[in-house]
Design a protein around this ligand. Structure first.
Ligand SMILES: [Zn+2]
Ligand SMILES: [Zn+2]
Length: 344
């Protein structure tokens, strides 16, 4: 039984290029009670490895959250594997708008406490008591209602490059902080308003809407399938698109363009730009927005310090890193006092 990746990311990328393999990027999630995540994980790994599925999957007692890259020729077989697993029967798959065969280069399955790190004690509220799901058309209607408070449930670096017009975009690093912002909004706007939420693929809204309902509110709505499904429906049904900019995604593409607007700026020079990169200095790896000019000028780095480090030999860099742990990445996403146009 093979329960690990035989190929490195580089080998995988080479094979995909050489065979000009077409791969489909998709995601799904499901909340359900899972008794033994480890057995479930091993089963999924064996089943999907056979089909050459790649991606990142979180498995917990509360369910599964999966972002995948599936070879085009195996997509039907892949769907059959979902039919064989009862909680996955008739599950909605969120397909990427933009095609990219190298969105994932490994199959990574992690057993976690939660499939979305929410920082909440589940016993405090009923996660299955969720808000009303809205499709794109009804979401648009609700968004235009003057009695609606629309809240973006994502983190600062996500809503920075794209959002729904009129939405509240909490400047937060974690989901837990978003819930605190919700509390403030509830206090400010009262219980008579409609509370409308959205996120990337819908998973965070499941919890957020349950949280708001737990506070005793009734008019709680969430965008079904998130921005990914919204933009698909907008295209298919030729609806008005109210999302401007890019949808941040958690694979190698980092963003999917939804409208031509560029709503953010390069963090180094301030010019309009919405391309996320990671700092080339492995010990830094900061996620930030960098334009092409700055990328060349700064050698893919976030700061002069990092440029100096990548110019050292590998051995010297290793010596510098020794004993130092990469600090919590969450707080390193676009937050650095070295970035002139994105201050902490
Ligand atoms: Zn720039
Ligand atoms: Zn850096």
């Amino acid at each position: 039984m093979q329960l690990y990746n035989k190929l490195s990311a580089e080998e995988r990328a080479r094979i995909i290029d050489e065979n000009s393999q077409e791969r489909i990027t998709l995601s799904f999630y499901k909340y359900f009670k899972l008794g033994n995540p480890k057995i479930f994980r091993d089963h999924l790994f064996v089943t999907w490895s056979k089909l050459d599925v790649l991606g990142r999957i979180y498995i917990a007692n509360e369910g599964v959250n999966a972002q995948l890259s599936v070879p085009e020729e195996s997509i039907n077989e892949f769907k059959e594997t979902l039919q064989d697993i009862i909680p996955f029967n008739n599950i909605r798959l969120n397909f990427a708008l933009e095609h990219y065969s190298k969105s994932f280069l490994k199959l990574t399955m992690k057993i976690r406490k939660k499939i979305v790190a929410d920082g909440l004690d589940d016993k405090t509220f009923d996660v299955t008591n969720i808000g009303k799901h809205l499709d794109a058309e009804n979401f648009n209607k609700m968004l235009n209602d003057s009695n609606t408070v629309c809240i973006d449930m994502r983190n600062h670096y996500e809503s920075e490059i794209g959002f729904f017009k009129g939405a509240i975009k909490p400047n937060v690093d974690t989901f837990r902080e978003s819930l605190e912002i919700i509390d403030n909004e509830l206090e400010k706007n009262g219980s008579e308003k409609n509370y409308l939420m959205y996120c990337t693929g819908g998973i965070r809204c499941e919890k957020a809407s349950a949280y708001i309902k737990h506070k005793g509110l009734k008019n709680v709505y969430q965008l079904e399938g998130g921005i990914i499904e919204y933009s698909r429906q907008v295209k298919e049904k030729k609806l008005k698109n109210n999302f401007i900019g890019k949808n941040f995604v958690f694979d190698e593409r980092r963003g999917e363009r939804i409208s031509d607007d560029i709503v953010s700026n390069c963090h180094q020079c301030g010019e309009p730009c919405d391309t996320h990169v990671n700092c080339s200095n492995e010990a830094c790896h900061l996620l930030f927005i960098q334009c092409e000019k700055c990328r060349q000028r700064m050698k893919n780095c976030c700061s002069d310090e990092c440029v100096n480090i990548i110019e050292l030999s590998y051995e010297e860099q290793k010596k510098l890193r020794k004993g130092k742990h990469n600090s919590n990445k969450i707080f390193k996403k676009g937050r650095s006092d070295k970035l002139k146009y994105k201050l902490s």
